[in-house]
Design a protein around this ligand. Sequence first.
Ligand SMILES: NC(=O)C1=CN([C@@H]2O[C@H](COP(=O)(O)OP(=O)(O)OC[C@H]3O[C@@H](n4cnc5c(N)ncnc54)[C@H](O)[C@@H]3O)[C@@H](O)[C@H]2O)C=CC1
Ligand SMILES: N[C@@H](CC=O)C(=O)O
Length: 430
Amino acid sequence: MTTPTHLRLGVAGLGTVGVGVVKIIRKQAALLEARTGCKISITAVSARSKTKDRGVNLTDYAWEDDPVKLATRDDVDVYVELMGGSDGPAKASTEAALAAGKDVVTANKALLAHHGQALAEQAEADGRVLRFEAAVAGGIPVVKALTEGLAGNEITRIMGVMNGTCNYILTRMQSAGLPYDTVFEEANQLGYLEADPNLDVGGIDAGHKLALLASIGFGTKVSFDAVELEGIGQISIEDIHQAADMGYKIKLLGVAQMTGRGLEQRMTPCLVPETSPLGQLDGGTNMVVLEGDQVGQVVLRGAGAGEGPTASAVLSDIIDIARGTRISTFGQPAQSLVDAKPAQAVTPAPYYLRLTLQDKPGALAKVAAVLGEAGVSIDRMRQYGHDDTDAPVLIVTHKTTRAALDQARAGLAKIDVISGDPVALRIEEI
Ligand SMILES: NC(=O)C1=CN([C@@H]2O[C@H](COP(=O)(O)OP(=O)(O)OC[C@H]3O[C@@H](n4cnc5c(N)ncnc54)[C@H](O)[C@@H]3O)[C@@H](O)[C@H]2O)C=CC1
Ligand SMILES: N[C@@H](CC=O)C(=O)O
């Protein structure tokens, strides 16, 4: 493959990210050419509305109503898919572009989490590249870090806060002492939430991102369906405050690791030490922690969303293509990716348990007996002051299996000294 001297882009989707890409290409044309030795320009664009004022000049570009037509134009070398959605026009136009001999750059994590393997295979069969740096953690170059910078390592663990909206909600609950519903509404007013908010607060968006990184890190086919998902909707202000009192912050944390029991992929609320880099991550920022057998721990932190940061990541893929750097979608030939055997049990960990205990003689002894019978050992315990007959009690366990924890929770549900359901959250060791 010879290095191109002129790369002509077709950009589908002129929302937050698409407009960001147009702005960079217009503003940095000379810099991009100096860095790549290749002129990079936009030939044609597509979006739902042709007449909407987007604050950028689009008159130099041809317009296509149909993204499939845009993707297959003779004067387009690289199709840039920035519409979103796991199926529909995003999938159809990406397939059409590859079939028509175009390279493809996308920011669409939903598309790749569901169809990444098939699309990567198609790209390779057609001799094209399909790249997605912007799809994971916005402006953080984590896909490059895994596929290039850390390619000499066996990856042992991938961890991170990969949804800025959830991190904003959780940190705002803590700093302002506000309940979940109030902060959720605030995030909505600020325009942070996806059109379907469950993609954010249900952990799905972050789960998509984790599944993509796991594929690169462990050489496995993307298996989003195997990601254990739990959102942040059940996190109460009491848990935020009491976790802080024990020295922890609550994060929607993604963890992927290859264990002797198979591939573990979790995107769930967890406690992390408040002094750790993840514990100190506030607001809408993202952080990804990569662990390699040779390099140890690498921490990447930055803007996980927004016009400039996400467009910056899209440009990094376009620049690779302009430089003639052609890397497989998931860092190795798609045909060589193996099916991931999902781990049947998660790695043992300490857990945070919050109980509302009736304050009467023998109550605590009953709790201790249930935990002991399940083989769950108490590391730390704290009972809080109270005005009535119920006492909030926090327990931090020693490292335990999920099975033992579940047995303990079932036992706690049967004793008569606890009001309501105990809350259990994993404490991630980082
Ligand atoms: N906004 C962000 O900060 C980030 C977004 N992404 C991803 O980037 C992609 C784009 O996101 P945004 O720019 O935020 O979305 P957006 O909702 O702001 O813009 C979407 C654009 O696609 C166009 N579009 C949608 N369906 C279309 C169709 N059928 N035909 C033609 N045009 C169509 C819309 O008219 C609009 O111009 C998505 O896959 C998203 O998940 C990834 C990382 C961060
Ligand atoms: N909804 C996402 C946007 C980027 O992927 C987030 O909040 O992180």
